[in-house]
Design a protein around this ligand. Structure first.
Ligand SMILES: *Cc1c(COP(=O)(O)O)cnc(C)c1O
Length: 376
């Protein structure tokens, strides 16, 4: 028997007290009892998103809010700039193409990060671009983007900046208002320590102005309708009541630990992992690594798909492999959400064991010792 250890970049483990909260008696959503919860959740969400603007809660996975960030801001034939350095940048482009929105692509080699000066030049060359879409952490590569600088560049133009922070949020720093991020998209099953099923979308005034002009079809994800309800601490449709109860609890946990401390903890766990895998003799994949997930090159001659499978099936530790063209070439260990140093140390120990089984020349304890040295 092995314990189930979830160390993938979503879904992530859910704290026991949050599970219990979500198992409580179902209540009706059009009641003062639920409204009271929603009201305080809305206040806490603003605090955690570092914004004074609305943060909408949707009953969907993160991709639903990604889609809403396109269908509500632009129209068919409009131009948007998509920073595409992995699977999730690609998703923004695919959604846009599905709706007939013209995509100007800034394609980056997977593993590298966007150069804000190139974003600046592309916006100068294409002044009709209405919105720029970037990821905070590109989960498929483990790269974090320089959103602060991209925000500074985009803020000087008429375009709005939309950031997919689904995996990076709470792991990598993101100052929504201060950095001029007009829309932040998040999901519940990553840094938020909740099950899948909720998406969040913050909407600043520059983005809100675009809502009225957008002619793309929408109904369930119409942000104008959602904002109207939001103003009354209500939701247009039946909200995911149980998940919102859980959200109430995790927001308390995050605020109690302190937003900066939460990010600091992710940075600490990511740093331990990076140093430990280097001590084992492996190489990091991301040039500018995120604190959400560490991507590691599979050494030559080692079966990368087998590594992830053996970790899961034999060691009970679920990490992630490479996606798309990176399949078998990298593995990814997450530090997201409800995680501490012993979770990280366990993953490192497991990686050493499995690498050895696969024929890699590893001296047991190299990575673990490095982690122990760095332990606080
Ligand atoms: C997980 C993830 C998504 C997809 O979210 P779903 O909840 O699966 O729809 C989108 N973007 C990034 C960066 C992610 O990590």
């Amino acid at each position: 028997m092995n314990k189930y250890r979830l160390m993938s970049p979503g879904p992530t483990p859910v704290p026991e007290k949050v599970l219990l909260r979500m198992a409580d008696t179902m209540i009706h959503h059009r009641t003062p009892q639920f409204q009271e919860v929603l009201k305080r959740v809305n206040v806490k969400l603003k605090q955690v998103f570092s914004t004074k603007n609305p943060v909408l809660i949707m009953a969907s996975s993160g991709s639903g809010a990604m889609e809403a960030s396109i269908t509500n801001l632009v129209s068919a034939g409009d131009k948007i700039l998509v920073i595409k350095g992995g699977k999730f940048g690609e998703r923004f482009a695919e959604i846009a193409e599905a709706y007939g929105v013209e995509v100007v692509e800034y394609a980056i080699v997977w593993g590298e990060s966007a150069d804000p000066r190139i974003v600046e030049n592309m916006l100068k060359e294409n002044p009709e671009i209405k919105a720029v879409y970037s990821t905070l952490c590109e989960t498929s590569t483990g790269v974090v983007s320089d959103i602060k600088e991209i925000g500074r560049v985009v803020a000087k133009t008429n375009a709005v900046l939309v950031v997919d922070a689904i995996s990076g949020f709470l792991a990598d720093e993101l100052k929504t208002d201060k950095w001029g991020v007009d829309v932040v998209v998040c999901g519940s099953q990553k840094g938020f320590m909740l099950p899948p099923g909720l998406a969040f979308l913050s909407i600043g005034p520059k983005a809100e102005k675009l809502l009225a002009g957008s002619k793309l079809p929408k109904y369930y994800f119409d942000l104008k309708v959602a904002l109207k309800s939001y103003g009354k601490d209500d939701t247009p449709w039946t909200p995911a009541v149980s998940l919102i109860m859980g959200l109430d609890s995790v927001l308390d946990m995050i605020i109690e630990e302190g937003l900066d401390n939460v990010i600091e903890r992710h940075a600490y766990l990511a740093n331990i992992t990076r140093e430990a895998v280097k001590a084992i003799g492996l190489e990091l994949f991301a040039l500018n690594p995120s604190n959400a997930v560490t991507s590691v090159k599979v050494p030559d001659g080692i079966d990368g798909v087998g590594l992830v499978k053996k970790m899961r099936d034999e060691q009970g530790i679920t990490i992630a492999g490479g996606q798309g063209s990176l399949k078998g070439k990298i593995f990814r260990v997450a530090h997201l959400g409800y995680m501490d140093g012993y979770d990280t140390m366990t993953a490192i120990a497991g990686i050493e064991i499995v690498l050895k089984q696969l024929g890699y020349d590893v001296k047991f304890g190299k990575g673990v010792a490095k982690a122990q040295e760095l332990f606080k």
